[in-house]
Design a binder for this molecule. Structure first.
Ligand SMILES: C[S@@+](CC[C@H](N)C(=O)[O-])C[C@H]1O[C@@H](n2cnc3c(N)ncnc32)[C@H](O)[C@@H]1O
Length: 388
């Protein structure tokens, strides 16, 4: 196992520290002032909330109506990016605990060994830190909610592509009577976890051995850049769920959007995502597959399928303090991702050299420091229920 027990216990501080290294900007919210892992501002929706209520009610589910997540984000005219260190974060390292048996190394990064080559991104410590930061960002965006499906005393929960297991562990705390299992290609989850949480190395795109009609809830997050065949995955999920069980997909859309005309033509972050999209084609992955999530979930047989759209700002430009914080997380998350996520797809898929990649990334990093562009990324949550 990769991390000592106390590493997971300090996930909040890890994520906050990762953000903090990017921001000495006093105009930005202090990352350490906000509990990143569990900002329990609201609670996750429980049974009895219909999807319509989930998406609209300010009473039992005060998250959507209060957030108005899809509204135009007001910019903070006083926002400043002073102190942002654009070249200090992307670093390659290897874990002293890793073994050659479990991992493979390339581009000075570490990758999974089981089903080698299936997932194009690293699984080393810097990437794990970044994934934990992404978790903190999403939970903060969702005001502490770990899920939007209205769960009713769930007994068995599956987290597909659990990564560092941080969501599964939080769910284990929130639902102590449920069994939470996370599966992943990489054995990077901590050893010491709540007694109701377990992890297994498995390929979600292989035949599922989970007994039919045995699960209450399946959670799939940040998998759009991994999964090749969504309809097959969703039909397996459908079979594994009990009647009345819920599925939830939470996915970023890797596109830079803007509502106020400040985005420059030829924005390099957008260019990076477009280049990544063409690189992943070589691995049979559609980077923008999440745009079909609602349709795919519906076609798999789920009912009451609801899509909840959010906007995740890039940078500290929003006026709203929560979105400013989310934007800070996102900018750090993108910055830290660049080399690691591009190395394999761009070299193996597009046949770039690492030198070409490094030169290209200089301009992408520069773009991230430009606070005059009010860019954001869509983030959509889709929930659906298996008919009773
Ligand atoms: C971007 S991370 C997301 C982690 C986690 N879902 C989260 O939101 O924190 C994607 C994870 O999916 C895993 N993965 C990718 N393809 C997979 C597959 N076919 N089966 C199981 N896990 C997979 C990767 O190893 C990686 O840990």
């Amino acid at each position: 196992m990769e991390k000592p027990a106390d590493t997971r216990d300090t996930a909040d501080t890890t994520a906050a520290a990762a953000v903090a290294k990017h921001s000495k900007d006093e105009a930005s919210p202090s990352p350490t002032s906000t509990p990143a892992k569990k900002p329990r501002i609201g609670s996750s929706p429980r049974a009895g909330s219909s999807p319509a209520e989930v998406a609209a009610s300010p009473g039992s589910a005060p998250f959507i109506a209060d957030l108005n997540p899809d509204a135009t984000i007001e910019a903070d005219d006083a926002a400043s990016d002073a102190g942002y260190e654009s070249d200090s974060a992307s670093r390659a390292s290897t874990s002293i605990c890793s073994t050659v048996r479990d991992y493979e190394f390339e581009n000075n990064r570490r990758y999974h060994r089981f089903q080698e080559g299936r997932y194009q991104f690293p699984n080393d410590e810097p990437e794990q830190e970044r994934e934990d930061m992404k978790h903190a960002m999403i939970v903060h965006l969702c005001q502490g909610k770990l899920h939007y499906a209205p769960l009713d005393h769930p007994q068995k929960i599956l987290d597909v592509g659990t990564g560092t297991g941080i969501w599964a562990i939080d769910m284990g705390d929130e639902y102590p009577e449920a069994d939470i299992q996370g599966i992943d290609l990489s054995p990077i989850q901590p050893q010491w976890v709540p007694p109701n949480v377990s992890f297994m190395v498995d390929d979600a795109e292989a035949e599922w051995l989970i007994p039919p009609q045995s699960l209450d809830y399946i959670h799939i997050r940040h998998m759009t850049s991994s999964i090749r065949d969504w309809p097959t995955l969703l039909s397996r999920a459908y079979r594994a769920l009990k009647p009345g069980g819920w599925i939830e997909l939470q996915e970023l859309k890797f596109q830079v959007k803007c509502d106020d005309g400040t985005l420059r033509e030829g924005n390099m972050i957008q260019n990076f995502y477009e280049t990544m999209e063409s690189a992943l084609v070589h691995f049979n992955v559609d980077l923008l597959a999440m745009r079909h999530n609602k349709k795919n979930v519906t076609e798999a047989g789920f009912i009451d399928v609801t899509e909840i759209p959010f906007k995740i700002p890039i940078g500290t430009w929003p006026k709203d303090p929560r979105l400013k914080m989310v934007g800070l997380y996102n900018r750090s998350m993108i910055h830290d991702a660049l080399y690691g996520v591009a190395a394999r797809p761009f070299t193996r898929g597009l046949k770039w050299t690492l030198d070409e990649l490094e030169v290209y990334l200089v301009d992408v990093r520069k773009e991230l420091t430009d606070g005059s562009q009010h860019g954001y990324m869509p983030f959509n949550i889709v929930i659906g229920q298996k008919p009773s």
